[in-house]
Design a protein around this ligand. Structure first.
Ligand SMILES: O=C(O)CC1=CCC(=O)O1
Length: 96
């Protein structure tokens, strides 16, 4: 199943800079592992915002929820999710 996810990062202004740096590094490591494994299909910065649009390919809503909750920045993000299905006018034969 494909999911479009918008993540908006909202770190507290008074967060310890060392903690912020560590959370971002841990987030990057996990995000890159999930991309290599194929479940995090797209990761795009939204220009002008500390936010991203992502596409996940996971077997269920529960798997998406579990994946998002694992993210080190999860406690500091607003997350919006939309399930995706094939558009009848799409010319692509697969879902990539
Ligand atoms: O910077 C972001 O948009 C949050 C994030 C998701 C994956 C990552 O490495 O950072």
């Amino acid at each position: 199943m494909l999911f479009h996810v918008k993540m908006t990062v909202k770190l507290p202004l008074d967060m310890d800079p060392a903690l912020a740096t560590r959370l971002k590094a841990d987030e990057k490591e996990l995000a890159q592992r999930l991309q290599r494994e194929g479940s995090w299909r797209h990761l795009w910065r939204i220009a002008g915002h500390y936010a991203n649009y992502s596409v996940f390919d996971l077997p269920s809503v529960e798997a998406l929820h579990d994946t998002l909750m694992q993210l080190p920045l999860f406690p500091y993000m607003d997350i919006e999710v939309a399930g995706l299905c094939r558009h009848p006018s799409s010319i692509h034969s697969d879902d990539r």
